[in-house]
Ligand binder design. Structure first.
Ligand code: UDX
Ligand code: ADP
Length: 461
């Protein structure tokens, strides 16, 4: 018989913790869940009466929060109380790439995880199951266990790895109907307790249990394979542009081979998001640290191809605009790393903008869900120029029509559905001529735009 879990604490109220725990709360009304965070503003936003102010935008999330909040789902800054009361603690704090010291730019920074472990050890007065939810390098569980066992009050900790496979923008759907749930661990009773939670809505044959290291490594491997598909098709998109082949036709033709499959073959300006690059860097770092140079270089190439694709997109804009964008206005449609999210981490838009700004372009951005502060923070973080310069060169506006007014060119960076429905004749009327569109997402209708006399360029055509 496994232990029945009555109270859960989740540390970290971000893109993973927030949606994941909301869905667990919805599906398991008998379990009381408290999500805690050190960021008081974020917790206040999760508790905001106006659901439009939730810190994470995900289709379907507002409805679930409205249903479960203050019933069995709570958001709090009282971390100690939530840890103390919980039978099971999920850790879903951020694990950014280290920007200092050994492994800088490659290894995951585990300081937030370590802080959590120390806090759990200090507070816990009874046995706890601790679940790693954040993406972590392989063997983090060992570090976690060592801290918990050596600094705790003599209580037992069982560590489980339960990697998250949700994709942003479809998080709720992915959580409610997952392809599989993966649970790694060493203690059968602890594993069974977590299996029982998921079994409330996921059929048991989709719940896989493995050892800890397999579970941790599976997460990195899944993301590396997905990113590799995007880089592979993006490499072919460059060849298509030279040869007259069309990358959508190639994708379709190869995707119909059931051994290859049709998903993740959409050529784009480059993949972004908080996971792909970070997880591959982790894989590369781990491989190197075991002396597996060839393995490290193999995966590193997926990232190099992605950097190349962003650069290539920006270079094409410059070349097409008569080899200079200095003083020219470029309208950016989209800033998020994909549609249906307000997350911008590692978004291709940031790097394309940075490159064009270094060529003295002026950029006006419109994104339906990303705030101006976020956009400036993303650019400032690169440290390429001062934040005053970023604010002087980049404007953020509230409509696409405003963004495109007087622009020399439009660059589509995110595949938001609304961009397809615009009155493109009206947009063109207010642009400089010839009016250029560079479609980094292959989103718009070439025929419609060419009939309106746009000069239309799409990746891989
Ligand atoms: C990814 C994994 O899919 C998910 O399982 C994991 O838990 C976290 O990392 P996410 O980063 O949210 O999810 O988004 P995803 O849909 O995987 O897209 C990543 C990037 O690849 C986006 O920038 C997207 O635009 C790009 N992409 C994806 C392509 O350019 N082409 C494709 O065919 C698919
Ligand atoms: P993810 O995409 O992995 O969910 P986010 O950055 O969106 O990443 O969310 C991680 C959250 O974890 C942030 O809101 C951050 O404030 C929180 N956090 C980081 N360290 C701690 C900690 N020691 N205790 C509580 N919350 C933390």
């Amino acid at each position: 018989m496994s232990k029945t879990i009555k109270k859960i604490c989740c540390i970290g109220a971000g893109y993973v913790g927030g949606p994941t725990m909301s869905v667990v709360a919805k599906q398991c009304p008998h379990i009381e869940i408290t999500i805690v965070d050190v960021n008081a503003a974020r917790i206040a936003a999760w508790n905001d009466e106006n659901l439009d102010n939730l810190p994470v935008y995900e289709p379907g999330l507002q409805e679930i929060v409205a249903e479960a909040r203050n019933r069995n789902l709570f958001f709090s800054t009282d971390i100690e109380k939530a840890i103390d009361e919980a039978d099971m603690i999920f850790i879903s704090v951020n694990t950014p790439t280290k920007n200092y010291g050994k492994g800088k730019g490659m290894a995951a920074d585990l300081k937030y995880i370590e802080l959590c472990a120390r806090q759990i050890a200090a507070v816990a007065k009874n046995d706890k199951i601790v679940v790693e939810k954040s993406t972590l390098p392989v063997r983090t569980a060992a570090a976690l266990k060592s801290i918990l066992d050596n600094t705790g009050n003599g209580v037992n900790f069982h560590i489980l790895s339960n990697p998250e496979f949700l994709a942003e923008g479809t998080a709720i759907q992915d959580l409610i109907n997952p392809d599989r749930v993966l649970i790694g661990g060493e203690n059968d009773e602890a594993i069974a307790a977590l299996v029982d939670i998921y079994a409330h809505w996921v059929s048991r044959d989709k719940i896989l249990t493995t050892n800890l290291w397999s579970s941790e490594l599976s997460k990195l491997t899944a993301n590396a394979f997905l990113a590799q598909r995007v880089s592979s098709i993006n490499s072919i998109s460059a060849l298509c542009e030279k040869t007259g082949a069309n990358v959508d036709e190639v994708s379709k033709a190869i995707g119909m081979d059931s051994r290859i499959g049709s998903k993740f073959l959409k050529a784009s300006v480059g993949f972004g998001g908080s996971c792909f690059q970070k997880d591959i860097l982790n894989l590369v770092y781990i491989a190197r640290s075991y002396g597996l140079t060839e393995v490290a270089e193999y995966w590193d190439q997926v990232i190099l191809m992605n950097d190349y694709q962003k650069q290539r997109f920006a270079d094409n804009i410059i070349q097409t605009l008569y080899n200079t964008v200095s003083g020219k206005k470029i309208a950016f449609l989209g800033w998020a790393f994909k549609k249906d999210t307000n997350d911008t981490r590692e978004s291709a838009a940031i790097y394309v903008a940075d490159y064009l700004l270094s060529e003295q372009a002026e950029i006006t951005v419109y994104d339906p869900k990303v705030s101006a502060e976020r956009i400036y923070a993303d650019l400032d973080y690169l440290n390429t120029r001062s934040s005053e310069e970023n604010r002087a060169l980049v404007k953020v506006v509230n409509t696409a029509y405003e963004a495109c007014n007087d622009a020399h060119a439009i660059a589509v960076l995110t595949e938001w559905d609304e961009f397809k429905r615009y009155d493109w004749a009206k947009i063109k009327e207010h642009m400089k001529k010839p009016a250029f569109v560079f479609d980094g997402r292959k989103l718009l209708n070439r025929k419609e735009l060419e009939d309106l006399d746009f000069k239309y360029y799409a990746i891989g055509e």
